[in-house]
Design a binder for this molecule. Sequence first.
Ligand SMILES: [Zn+2]
Ligand SMILES: [Zn+2]
Length: 358
Amino acid sequence: MRAALFVGVDQALEITDLTPLDPGPSDVVVEVGASGVCHSDLSVVNGGRPLAGPAVLGHEAAGTVVAVGSEVRLVSPGDRVITTFIPACGRCYWCLRGQSNLCELAFDVAATPREMLPDGRTATAFLGLGTFAEQITVHEASVVPVHSDLPDDQLALLGCGVTTGVGAVLRTAQVRPGDTVAVIGCGGVGQAVVQGAALAAAGRVIAVDPVAWKRDVALRLGATHVVDPAAEDVREAVLALTDGRGVDHAFEVTGSPTVVSEALDLTRRGGEVLVLGMPRFDSEISIPALPFFATGKRVVVSKYGDAQVRTDIPTIVGLAESGRLDLAALVTRRVSLDDVNEALRAMTDGEVIRSVIV
Ligand SMILES: [Zn+2]
Ligand SMILES: [Zn+2]
């Protein structure tokens, strides 16, 4: 079974033939149909997010179940599934109180060895998934069954980016009709935020990105206005579009800690910044204390869009099937597993919204 293996920071992923370890009673084996290449994978490779190798990267996929352990109840062979990078066990403290995006099983699945290397060492799977592979063995809590005719390359995006972006709007921010929204960063997650804001009937959706074609995509997907931060003062532009007040919700989707405080400057008094991008593990977010305190603003982390994947992923599939959500527009490149390092480079250089390995 071929897979892309992380062996160390700043080293190319190695396409390696691995031997899957036997699945446990709660595990399922999935033939991967498509896997998105996400910024979090890149963060592992460039050291922004520590991970002990060797590990198979990739955490956003769709595929078909080919085998299940004796205690598996959620899926059967032949089912189409979408992976979920935080499992939803349905039993832990967080799952039972409607916060499956904080499921405690996440730690166990990430630490479980899944593959054997040719030299006899074992490899884990990133976030318990490791979807840069032909086949994966995962806990049943790490997949969500879906009934859909949409292609795998579109469904794969629901495993991370789309669910995070749409969830941040509908679940975390609970944007209401007429609300004003700014989206800083128009990659895969940012474009999903734009689409979620349009679904929520936001009054103004202001997309901010230095890349012209990404702004054009945002306009096509529901942004009402775009701002080029390289050419305009973003704060002035946003204030001009919101009667001088600032937006109700500013979504930070760049992963830059300094952008969090910049996003605060774009929000109205009592407004909120939703933090979606993951900053480097060793960075800190700094906020000027007096204006923060005096203006009653909030900074909220939207972890996996606060999505409750067992219900929200099928809901998002339905929105895509009825044309309310455009997944095809987010798939800018389809590549093979052998091209994974090139796909990571293209992401670094801002050439794509999403590359998907098929
Ligand atoms: Zn991701
Ligand atoms: Zn749980």
